[in-house]
Design a protein. Sequence first.
Length: 255
Amino acid sequence: MAGPLAQDDPDPGGWGLVRAGAAAAVPIAVGVIPFGLVAGAAPVEAGGRVVDAVGFSVFVFAGASQLAAIDLLDGGGTVAVAVVSALMINLRFLMYSASLAPHLAGVPVPSRLTSAYVLTDQAFAVSIARYGDDRPPPTPQDRLRYYLGAAWTFWSVWQVSTIVGAVGGGSIPDSVPLDFAIPLAFLALLVPAIGDRATLVAAVVGGLATVAAAELGAGDLSLVLGASSGIVAGVLAGAGDGGADGRAGQEEDEP
């Protein structure tokens, strides 16, 4: 039986895998729309032009970093401070890239560079879940096709959303809580990924560590510290479960 994100497609290779990745991305991409509206409206509200907002979204393509940079620049911060803050927020993509790298080993460098540009939290979550199910795409090139189908879907939804936000964001009433949709979009990624004790431990420890680090003044580094703590906790929990299962198996084998 195929895993939850496996797609039954009459053309399992080539464009079939691209379509499968896009199909897996669509339900989550819907939750990105409010986030994109906010990211599109923010630069215009800060005094920029629509073309500035759209260009920022295309070239930066990093929602949380875009909002942080705009907020800093609007508050009188320097470009250098905005860039450094954006880089700090995006440090998590180093972990994402390292996790994806073994699955895409052997893929030509230009293709991997394109993959890096469209890497998002959502594209990573959809793809890594597909690679880990019981019917993963068999070759690195096939896995790349699936990833790009998901990643370019998110990219397209993000760009359209930011354009709409930049053009019409000022007409959205303040009573509409678009900002509230941002954490909901990440929860939509988190909950389906919790499939065992190790992932549950990683999620809980990572969340608590992030909040604690932020309260202690770690700022944007709190995301990296929380993610690192969650990974370590998840690995330890998984190792403990593996050891317990091994001892149980030995006991069952004993006469």
